[in-house]
Design a protein around this ligand. Structure first.
Ligand SMILES: [Mg+2]
Length: 95
C-alpha cells in the first residue's frame, strides 16, 4: 500500500502523532509512506527534508500541480482534498 501524506497543515498539525503513525505503518514492509506536497522543489524546504529524514521517508514535490499528476497513491491523507485530483479526474467526479 502506497500512502501519500501531505505535509503542510496535515503532518505539521501534529508532528509527534504523525511520526508515531508513520512508524506504525512502516512495520508492514509492503506499506510505504511518502510526503507528497504541493510545494515547489526549489524553495525553503529545510523543514520537510528534516522531518522526512527523521522518519526515513521520501518526498515528492508537485510544484503546485495536482498531486495525482506526480504520484500514484493507494491512499491520500491531505487537509485539502482538492489539491489531489487532476482536472480530468475532477470532471469525472462531477459528471
Ligand atoms: Mg496541506
Amino acid at each position: 500500500m502506497k500512502i501519500a501524506l501531505d505535509y503542510d497543515d496535515t503532518f505539521t498539525l501534529d508532528r509527534a502523532s504523525w511520526r508515531k503513525a508513520v512508524k506504525a505503518l512502516q512495520m508492514n514492509p509492503s506499506t510505504s509512506v511518502t510526503f507528497v506536497t504541493a510545494r515547489m522543489k526549489r524553495g525553503d524546504n529545510e523543514d520537510i527534508h528534516q522531518d522526512a529524514n527523521v522518519m526515513g521517508i521520501d518526498i515528492v514535490f508537485c510544484n503546485k500541480k495536482p498531486k495525482q499528476e506526480c504520484f500514484k497513491a493507494d491512499v491520500w491523507i491531505d487537509d485539502n482534498p482538492l489539491a489531489i485530483p487532476t482536472p480530468d479526474a475532477m470532471r469525472a467526479c462531477l459528471s
